[in-house]
Design a protein. Structure first.
Length: 226
């Protein structure tokens, strides 16, 4: 599903609970990042890195450790950018060459309503109004969960370009379902703070896509070179 949300220059690998990648081993240095975590968290941490290594191989890069850097962001081999995500029984990694894209972010969430207290923290007033309109058209879709996932993807694309935090309140996201099909669509994030410079140009808008399938909400944001 993640692969469908990304351009051809990106290699995406995903795994469900019954996939052999879910039993991927740790590579040197990785286990230290989750040595105090519960078994489930350790397994997810290793599985998503297994996805990342499979993506490296598809790009012709030797499989290697994916260590956590500043604010937990993954440290990629020289010449690559990427993003990882995991939730419940699903994980995915997406990688591209730095010559092809400036940045990217992916996120996956369980397809269910967002807890009310989280929604109040995540949504701007304008976003809440738009979600209400969408819910009036398709009440069976968890629009608040899609919005939350979109904000996570925006942050993952933002951080490598700025090395700074981005609050939920600092990006105003509009979701647009595809005509006649509310299981996928596009997203646009207007940055409410000074955006990053990419190729000498200031960016104030990030664009992406979203989809809902098989109990998973997935979003992806891509930042191209100017």
């Amino acid at each position: 599903m993640i692969e469908e949300l990304l351009p051809e220059s990106v290699v995406a690998v995903e795994a469900q609970r019954d996939d052999p990648l879910w039993d991927a081993p740790f590579y040197p240095g990785e286990a230290a990042h989750v040595e105090r975590a519960v078994a489930r968290r350790r397994r997810e941490f290793a599985a998503v890195r297994g996805c990342a290594r499979r993506a490296m191989e598809k790009l012709g890069v030797p499989a290697q450790s994916v260590l956590s850097g500043e604010r937990g962001a993954p440290r990629w081999p020289d010449g690559l950018i990427g993003s990882m995500t995991h939730c419940d029984d699903y994980c995915a990694a997406a990688l591209a060459r730095t010559d092809d894209l400036a940045s990217l972010g992916i996120d996956a969430e369980p397809d269910g309503p967002l807890p009310e207290e989280v929604g109040a923290f995540v949504c701007l007033p304008a976003e809440a109004e738009r979600l209400d309109r969408l819910a009036g058209q398709r009440p069976d879709v968890h629009w608040d969960r899609i919005l939350f996932s979109a904000k996570e993807s925006v942050y993952k694309a933002w951080f490598p370009l700025t090395r700074t935090w981005l609050e939920f309140s600092e990006a105003d996201i509009t979701l647009a379902p595809s005509p006649g099909d509310a299981t996928h669509g596009t997203l646009r994030a207007e940055l409410l703070v000074r955006g990053p410079r990419v190729g000498g140009r200031r960016l104030q808008v990030f664009d992406g896509r979203w989809a809902v399938r098989d109990g998973v909400v997935a979003t992806a944001v891509v930042v191209p070179h100017p």
